[in-house]
Design a protein around this ligand. Sequence first.
Ligand SMILES: *Cc1c(COP(=O)(O)O)cnc(C)c1O
Length: 225
Amino acid sequence: MGVSSNLMVIKEKVKKSCEKVNRDPEEITIIAVTKYSTVERAKEVIDAGIRDLGENRDQEFINKYNALGSKPIWHFIGTLQTRKVKNIIDKVDYIHSLDRIALAQEIDKRATRQIPCFVQVNVSNEDSKHGLAVDEVIPFIEQLKEYSNIQIIGLMTMAPNTEDKQLIRNCFRGLKQLQQQIQKKKWQHATCTELSMGMSNDYDIAIEEGATIIRIGTALVGRNE
Ligand SMILES: *Cc1c(COP(=O)(O)O)cnc(C)c1O
């Protein structure tokens, strides 16, 4: 399917989810995750009117960036090795996967401007997932105060890979509750206004639970196209 027609289907579903919970669809940013796709396909995404692109591997991100330039808004959404930070830091607009102090230190050291970051949280506590446990997040963010090039604009999570919609919902709800606790702190370095949650199979639930950014790969861009 073409990206444009996929996008129409997704926007309709976003609208329905928003209506259910009285939200404005304008509050939701769609990131097109192009990690399974060619540069050509990523161009199609941009032509369809999407400004936000997400990649999860440093090398593939750099390939796409070199081909498409700095006009798209680039989101780094995958696990980031500390030693790779220097290769991507001048090219990314957002990092969604901040999950340890060593990484924060390196971002702070290499960045020549403030980098808006999301703290990745493993709400469902699966061994296979990256991210901090829920009870580690507030102490972690508190420590980030001293890194002046890091701005915590939100939290990111991935829901468990399950058919059980209630489990998925609980995961997103847990992230929202954590966000509210952080916002109460009124930390200048961590406004934490954004929730990056929801992928192809669960973005409707994520929106109902407060997502402001959804990251859609398969349903929007497809795979290996
Ligand atoms: C791959 C990926 C997505 C998109 O996944 P789909 O199920 O294809 O929509 C979203 N977020 C992250 C972190 C990913 O790695």
